[in-house]
Design a protein around this ligand. Sequence first.
Ligand code: ADP
Ligand code: MG
Length: 671
Amino acid sequence: MGFFVAKGISKFYKAGTGGVHALRKCSLSFPSKGLIAIKGKSGSGKSTLLNILAGIEKPTTGTVFFGGKKANEKGPLLDGRAGMVFQHYDLIAGESVLRNVSLPLSMRGKGNRRAKKLLRDFGLGAFAHKDVATLSGGEKQRVAICRALVHDPRVVFADEPTGALDEKNGIAAMDMLRAIGNYRLVIVVSHNEELIQRYADAVIEIADGVVKTPLLVQSAVPVPKASFRRSSTWLPRFIFRNIRRNLLKDVVCLLSGIVGFSSLLLSIGFFAGNEVAFEEEQTHSLLYPYSSISERTVIEVPGSKLTLIKKTRPSATSMTGFATTFASPIVVDDLAYFFPASMTYETDGQNWEPVSFSPVWDITLETFGKEMVTQGELPRGEAFNECVVNEEFAHRHGGKVVGKVLSVNQRCTVQLEGKTHEVFVEAELIVRCVVKEFGFLNSPRVYYSYPRLEKALEGLPVGGGESNARELVAWAESDSPYSNYSSLLFLQDPNDVARLFEWMEQGDESLDVACPSYVLRSSFHGLSQAFTMSLSLFVGIAVLGLCLILGMSSLSSFVSGKKESAVLMVLGAKRSQVFSIYVAESALLCFLSAGASLLVCPLLERLFNGILRGKFDVSSIIRIPYQTLFGLPFSLIWGCLLIALVLGGIAAALPMAFHRRIPLSEELRDE
Ligand code: ADP
Ligand code: MG
């Protein structure tokens, strides 16, 4: 058995319906040292033979033995016991001579001492720190030979090493290979007869895939073990090199990453902030502590599937029970029969469409709303002729309403002892101030003082002075229209309002509570939920799009860098290490864009909150929870960065994993 043996090697390339027999039953046995040349015409199968010997191409049949043992899956080149020289040098562009030559050492976790020594020995010491791009072809090939030799391989393969060189440089390269051949096996493919004659210890001639002059040397030389320690210290350099090379593409990825992560962060901010903002905002309405309450009775209609619901003013007992829920409730009669919730009014000699007239318990706005005043002065609450309007109302009158007098004329009919009386409720309300309420779903509204209306109605005689309007309401049956079928509830404490909302959430069959702020709250919650859901969908799409962009980008750089990847693997890199260059590039970009988004988002948060505040007059709706999320300190920040790393890595790894694998020999082929 020889040192390096090929036994019955055949190679058949399928092509369409036919194919090519590139090699037919080749058997060879190489000595442990010496320069062996493989010659033959173009297309005769030389490269195929060399690649099969090196193990970067699989034979169709036959076996390769190395050091007396069947060559393993990888073959001597990939398991680190051989080196390879290419026709077009295939040096790593943009790197220095020394870095190129010492790369196989770095991949094995070794220093560059041997690289320096080799360069000196072969007269290339002066070039060590030059960029390989500045070298001549001949110099490049000599550097490439040093690189193939630097990790002390047992065999050096060279496929047409002089093919791209002129005669003088070809000779210099062959001199080097010759020198190596004195102590190692060097297998050179060439069609240069002259050089072969001059340098080769033995020549294998090949024609049409058949070996014409076989070489059968018997020698038993032990070969060191195939395994070698792999290091990854060289990888970061290649990651940054890739980023530099794909700069434009990477900037686009970075920007799309910033867009994706910013929308993610802002949405999280919206999820976290909108409910809180609403809780704060809902008190910014003079209607907040007000509700109207009726008792409901369900009446079964005999012989019908329908039921009637009768609304009446709550009885004192049911109202007392209900009122115990609150700390300081004010329950009063509803005076809407004489002063309805919706009325037309006249101002500046003009009649206006109806607006809402709503009672407030405290027109001086002491408890609720003092800081909501934007125009005018607070009413003193001494007379019924004072009112407060909201901005929507002011807007209707061109903004300037303070001091305007709103005249209301309301005609009511009253039945007393069988007789019908007409009662005129006339009021002149001076607008004292304008309040800026939470603008969501708001409409023009005039607020008047309930206690002052009560007083005013006491002074309004009905039925020829026997009674007054106030008494009529107070004494009315619970199902009489004078009672308006309801009582009013004013609360004086936000905690009481919260209790009311709680009570309403549980629901009560017998009492009907009409609470505008509760309706507002429910519709806001519904809207916010719908908004949150669609936002999640958009963010999902944005993140998916980001992954696609990252995946496509890294796939395209992976494909365009394929030749270099193949060279790296020949020099000693694992396939997974080469993959990791692209995975890390993508993960790093994703990480950076997440970091940038974390920095940019506080500004965007301010900007959007400003815009929303201008539009809806709300406090900050977006509140990105930088401090704590899920109860963990700063979890948003590290969570976001971690997700970015993983997402970026997966986005790059998936398309590469599914990318069709071709034999290394094909990846190495010159286009
Ligand atoms: P040489 O190096 O001697 O010029 P090769 O070994 O490259 O020749 O090729 C030998 C034959 O095999 C040629 O006819 C070539 O066209 C064919 N061949 C080589 N590689 C492939 C391939 N990947 N697919 C199909 N045919 C191939
Ligand atoms: Mg060839």
